[in-house]
Write a protein that binds this ligand. Structure first.
Ligand code: ZN
Ligand code: ZN
Length: 144
């Protein structure tokens, strides 16, 4: 059994849910999701794969996957539906969001990562996770 599945199973149990074949398949499907996605995207993709999962199943499973650190909630400052992205075995990144055209740029900056850990330590925290979203106007939208 691979580690993601094991982790998922453990967190399902913690939430009083069983690791069914259906949920196992759903995990496999979500691990292949690219970029930033919402629950509707998962539903659409599952239909394309002839996987009969309900919207309710997906809603129930997403927070468990977040807890298991397989996905993370993403783009919190952009309005609309909740978005997620796969973080399992992926390098961490942060986001720049354009308020005008809604473009999202992903970036990685070591200095920022180290700095955040240092700030957390200074206040007696051990950093678990963070959300860094820089909201503004992109180069194209600035010209208008
Ligand atoms: Zn823009
Ligand atoms: Zn991202």
């Amino acid at each position: 059994m691979n580690l993601a599945l094991k982790n998922f199973g453990r967190h399902l149990k913690k939430n009083g849910l069983r690791l069914t074949v259906e949920r196992q398949k759903l995990l496999g499907l979500i691990l292949t999701m690219k970029g930033h996605f919402g629950s509707e995207d998962v539903l659409k993709k599952s239909e394309g794969k002839n996987l009969s999962v309900s919207r309710a199943t997906i809603y129930r499973i997403l927070p468990v996957l977040v807890e298991a650190k397989i996905i993370q909630q993403s783009l919190l400052t952009s309005e609309g539906q909740s978005l997620f992205e796969v973080t399992w075995k992926k390098a961490h990144h942060d986001h720049l969001i354009c308020i005008s055209c809604k473009k999202v740029i992903e970036f990685q900056d070591n200095a920022i990562e180290v700095f955040q850990r240092e700030i957390a330590n200074k206040y007696g925290f051990i950093l678990e996770r963070h959300v860094m979203e820089l909201v503004g106007r992109c180069r194209e939208c600035r010209m208008v």
